[in-house]
Design a protein around this ligand. Structure first.
Ligand code: A2P
Length: 282
């Protein structure tokens, strides 16, 4: 007998209409400049925490030829590699070619995702150390949202410090909720520990709106304030490792400071003490 056709089978998923299409599952807006979204993950997509992929939408037709092309930008994957879905954290630039459109996506919409993850903010690019610093400004927190949810981060280091500098308080919401969700995650909480022994430290600062800790992280490092606040020694190449992701001026400034502390820039092919990547800007 031939098997009876399974008439109860679920209808096939809607056929993707874009190349490398993924479906948006969730969108959350934080401020008029920031939002996050989640989408389906291609079954074949493997990535290392901290890597980025190209994301986008189809552009408007070229007025001369009528042809449409994908409009793609680099986006750090903010979700951990064990997550079934992918998460991205994005800026909204009013006249940005991609983000002026991307900010309007809704659950059920499709985005283009080129499944070729790359990037320098990976554990493999650093030599073993005791403490890791994640230095972020603005949307530069995205790769660390992945790394902070990766169990390897806590097995590789005794202490994990996230600093996040933003202009305004509302821009810290994504990071603050991320830290809360990590501390209340059963599995991660066990790796991180509690109270005095907690491995995870969070140091948010603002520069243009009143908050409990004001100032650029670079200035707070120069004055020694951040080290006094956290009760740790200034960075040294024996103990400290660092990953940096933010705007260009910030990256350059903190890179020079890390070199002054004696840390050297690492790469996949030659691991060392710190790595840097530019945050996505439309
Ligand atoms: P500031 O407000 O003093 O410029 P943006 O939104 O422009 O990307 O900036 C994000 C955060 O990074 C802001 O708080 C900004 O501070 C800070 N920032 C900008 N340039 C530097 C720099 N060279 N060093 C440290 N922080 C910086």
């Amino acid at each position: 007998l031939r098997p009876v056709k399974d008439i109860d089978a679920k209808p096939a998923k809607a056929t993707p209409t874009l190349p490398d299409a993924q479906t948006v599952t969730e969108v959350e807006h934080y401020t008029d400049r920031l939002f996050r979204f989640r989408c389906t993950r291609p079954a074949s997509l493997r990535f290392r925490s901290g890597e980025f992929v190209m994301i986008g939408l189809m552009d408007d037709p070229d007025p001369a030829t009528g042809k449409v092309k994908p409009l793609l930008r680099a986006y750090s994957i903010a979700s951990p590699s064990w997550d079934d879905e992918l998460e991205f954290y994005s800026i909204k630039v009013p006249n940005g070619p991609l983000t002026s459109k991307l900010q309007h996506i809704q659950p059920g919409d499709e985005v283009i995702l080129r499944p070729k993850p790359v990037g320098t903010l990976v554990h493999d690019a650093l030599l073993p150390g005791k403490r890791i610093w994640f230095f972020a400004t603005g949307t530069g927190i995205a790769p660390f949202a992945s790394l902070l949810r990766d169990p390897q981060t806590y097995s590789d280091y005794d202490e994990v410090i996230l600093t996040h500098t933003c202009r305004e308080v509302g821009e810290l919401t994504y990071g603050a909720r991320l830290i809360e969700s990590i501390r209340s995650d059963e599995l991660l909480a066990e790796l991180i520990g509690e109270g005095f022994h907690e491995k995870l430290r969070y140091y948010p600062t603002t520069t243009r709106e009143e908050s409990p800790k004001m100032g650029r992280i670079t200035d707070l490092m120069r004055s020694g304030e951040v080290f006094r606040d956290l009760g740790v020694e200034p960075l040294c190449p024996q103990n400290d490792r660092a990953m940096v992701c933010g705007n260009l001026a910030f990256n350059l400034e903190i890179k020079a400071m890390l070199e002054e502390y004696g840390l050297r820039e690492g790469a996949n092919s030659q691991p060392a003490e710190y790595v840097v990547e530019k945050a996505f800007l439309d």
